[in-house]
Each structure stands twice: as C-alpha cells, then as structure tokens.
Design a binder for this molecule. Structure first.
Ligand SMILES: Nc1ncnc2c1ncn2[C@@H]1O[C@H](COP(=O)(O)O)[C@@H](OP(=O)(O)O)[C@H]1O
Ligand SMILES: [Mg+2]
Ligand SMILES: [Mg+2]
Ligand SMILES: [Mg+2]
Length: 428
C-alpha cells in the first residue's frame, strides 16, 4: 500500500489549490486501495487556499496524471540505466577476457541506437514515452488525447529491432507491475508500437495537447549525468502545465560552493498556470515553492548552458557573459534540468545558441519554460520575442533562447544582440 507521504506527494496538486471532490475522485485510480480522509487535508495551507482561482483549478486533474506519469517514467529510466551499466560492465569483462569475441557488443548496441539525425535513442527513451502515454490515457480516460512526443516507432518496426522491442516491452511491463496501480494484462509488442505512435500529434493553437520529451538529454543519461522526463500541456497554444522529473539533480542547489557531496538526488518540479512552481523529491517529500534568483547584478549571476558544445555555442555564451561581467564559470549540464535549476535560483541565466539552421522542438522547452515562468522567470528568443508553442512541433525562433529573471532580461538581451552583431562582422 502506498505510504502516506507518497500519497500526500502525489495527491498534492498545489498548496494554493483546495482539494475538491472532483480532485479527490481523480486520485482514486492512482490509489485504488486508499481512500482520502480529511486528516490528510492539512497539506493544503488555508491562507494559500484563498488564492485559488477557477482558472488555476482547471488543470488539477491533468497535473495529478502528469506527476504520476513522469514519476513512473523516471523509475523506468533509472531501472534501464542500471541494466545499461550492467551491460557496460559485462561488455568490459568480456572484452578483457576474450577480446576477439565481441558478442556482448551487440547487446549494448541494441540498447543504444542512433537516429537518422545521428542523435542517440535508448530503450529507456522509448519505454518512458510508452509509460507516460499509457498513464495519461489511464488517468484521463474521458478526455480527448493528443500527444506531441519526440520518439516514433519507425526504427523499431524494422526486422533487426525485434530484440530492442522485446526489451522495451519488458521494461514497461515490469514498471507497471511493480507500481501496482494498473490492473491490466501485460502490453504486447504491438501495443508498445501503437502507444509510441500516439505521440505523432502536430500540436498547434487549438485544443489541448500534451508535449513530451521522454528523456531529454539522452547524451547526459548515457553519461550518468543530468537528464529529465519533461511533460507539458498546451491549451490553445499556451503552455498551461509542466512537470520535470530530474532523477540525477541534487535536491540541494548545484551552485552551492559548500555543496554536500552526499546530497540526495531526484527532483520533481511542477507548475500550473497562475499557481507558481513547486519542487519535491522524487522519492517523496513535502512540496516547496521555488522562485528564480532575484539578482539584478549581472556580475554575480551565474549562467547555465548545454554540456554539449554542438547543442549551443560555448564561445558565443562566453562573449555574452564577458559583456555582462559574469564572474562565475558557466554551469554546463544536459537537458531541461537547467530550467529546473534556474527555477529554484541555482543560477540566474540560461543561454542556448544552436548552430544556424537547427530547429528547436517544442518538447525540448515546453515543460521547462512553464516551470521557470511560474517561478517568476522570463524566456525569449534573441530578438526579445516570447517563445511561441502554438506553431506545431517546432518553435519558430530568431537565433537562440534566453531565460533569466525580469530584472536581468534587458541587460542580457542587449549583451546577446551586441555579441551576435560582433559575431556577424567579418574578422579582420
Ligand atoms: N545540433 C543541435 N543543436 C541544438 N540542440 C540539439 C542539437 N542536436 C540535438 N539537440 C537537442 O538538444 C537536446 C538536449 O539539450 P541539452 O543540450 O540542453 O542537453 C536534445 O534532446 P534529446 O536528448 O531529448 O534528444 C536534442 O533535442
Ligand atoms: Mg533525442
Ligand atoms: Mg530533448
Ligand atoms: Mg529526448
């Protein structure tokens, strides 16, 4: 049976929301053996409850489902990573013992594949997408379901992907069985392919669409560094809800010089339009309201950027930081964990400048964007235009993405534009 802490964590929508009957009934599918009693209601603070607006209440059910989906997907990813580590160790051992027999390599290669754009995809990316899509449909059976997600089943339908497909199916069924919430017969390989392809929606400016990156930062995931399960909800083209599960992000600030190296990891950030942003431990803890850094002094602001220089120009951000007088070295981490870290003030600026011609996808930013926006931050492209999630699967952008607090945005934007102009000048 779910522990009271875990129940409080998943039932908790937002300290500024009252638990209402519809919300309580919405929790039932999550906890079939547990009925809510009034004694558990104190997780809602009465002063905060008075802030509740009808608008804020309207996505509560979706938020419960999204938190459940992202939390379960993070368990799947963690399980998959330990399997992957075992393969790495097994492969190393086999290579050491019988170096001429590379049989174990095949096993590892089938867990990590390369997509047509040469980016990696793993059984955990596919498994996480299946699980999130499955949970959302289980939890919200009466709602029309539209999902814009990163992965598709194309490569998995090829003859030589049979073993990978089997592994994904087992990973998903094992996670569903160990969670115990859903009393369904195990998914078949064909079910898995069908569920993956639920993610082909084009999104857009009409109606509601879920936006999912099943593993954002796959390269970070494979390195054992940062990654995130990022799930957002669009309503009429606007991001109205976001959940970021960051299994490897320390609960303590990553910018704390006295950081406890034994600090626990695993953060769940969530935000709903007009309700603020909250963080709790993935293992279960009371939610804490978070806020972006309120510094207006760019010299004391540290900044985040991609770990991968191929995803964002480190030299351009270096020149911007110099103009701003930033003293601290850049904090380079993978995935939308950057947005999560920014939302709780670990740093004050996130700069992203991909190569010319690269088109940003909405799943790489939707959940992270609302997590930062509801924590008091702002995001724009390099021309100062807000991010527009209503145009389909891609973000329609001018040059790059800048995320910071309201006070710093004018100075950061100016430094960005000046640096871009300098970069465009032919060097003498
Ligand atoms: N050349 C490129 N430029 C910018 N972003 C890229 C890129 N190639 C891949 N990406 C995106 O960068 C994301 C990771 O972001 P970050 O650099 O912040 O960790 C990847 O998400 P996935 O890992 O979900 O594929 C991918 O969508
Ligand atoms: Mg990818
Ligand atoms: Mg991504
Ligand atoms: Mg991804």
């Amino acid at each position: 049976m779910a522990s009271i802490t875990a129940v409080a964590r998943l039932v908790h929508i937002n300290p500024s929301s009252k638990l209402n009957p519809s919300l309580i009934s919405a929790t039932k599918p999550l906890f079939p053996f547990f009925s809510l009693k009034s004694s558990y209601y104190p997780i809602v603070s009465s002063s905060a409850a008075s802030l509740t607006s009808s608008r804020a209440m309207s996505y509560d059910k979706q938020l419960i489902a999204a938190k459940k989906a992202a939390s379960l997907a993070s368990l799947l990813c963690q399980a998959s990573f330990s399997i992957y580590l075992s393969y790495l160790i097994a492969r190393k051992l086999v290579e050491m013992i019988v170096s001429e027999l590379n049989v174990q390599k095949g096993l590892l290669l089938s867990d990590v594949q390369s997509k047509s754009d040469k980016s990696p995809v793993t059984v955990a990316d596919y498994g996480s997408q299946v699980l999130v899509s499955f949970v959302l449909q289980q939890e919200l059976p009466s709602q029309a379901f539209s999902l814009v997600a990163e992965e598709d089943s194309g490569d998995l339908r090829k003859e030589d992907s049979q073993e990978t497909l089997q592994r994904i199916t087992k990973l998903v069924n094992d996670t569903i069985a160990s969670d115990g919430t859903y009393k369904v017969s195990p998914l078949s390989e064909s079910d898995v392919l069908t569920i993956i392809d639920c993610g082909t929606s084009e999104g857009g400016s009409n109606g509601q669409h879920w936006v999912l990156d099943p593993i954002d930062g796959t390269k970070g995931f494979l390195r054992g560094d940062q990654y995130a399960i990022a799930l957002g909800l669009l309503d009429e083209g606007k991001v109205v809800l976001g959940v970021l599960a960051c299994p490897n992000l320390p609960l303590e600030s990553i910018n704390n010089k006295n950081q406890n190296t034994f600090s626990k990891s695993g953060c769940l950030f969530y935000a709903q339009l007009s309700c603020g942003t909250y963080m709790e431990s993935l293992a279960g803890s009371p939610p804490v309201k978070v806020h972006v850094s309120d510094t207006k002094n760019s010299e004391e602001a540290s900044f985040f950027e991609s770990y991968e220089a191929a995803h964002s120009s480190h030299s351009l951000s270096g020149s911007i930081a110099k103009k701003l007088g930033v003293k601290a070295p850049p904090v380079r981490i993978d995935s939308q964990a950057k947005y999560g870290a920014l939302s709780r003030g670990d740093g004050a600026i996130y700069l992203r400048f991909p190569n010319k011609g690269y088109r940003e996808k909405i799943w790489d930013h939707a959940a992270g964007y609302i997590v930062v926006a509801e924590a008091g931050g702002v995001a724009s492209d390099a021309s100062g235009k807000p991010l527009d999630f209503s145009k389909g699967r891609y973000l329609d952008l001018d040059t790059g993405i800048i995320v910071t607090n309201r006070k710093l945005m004018p100075a950061v934007l100016k430094a960005v534009q000046d640096s871009l102009k300098e970069q465009a000048l032919p060097s003498l």
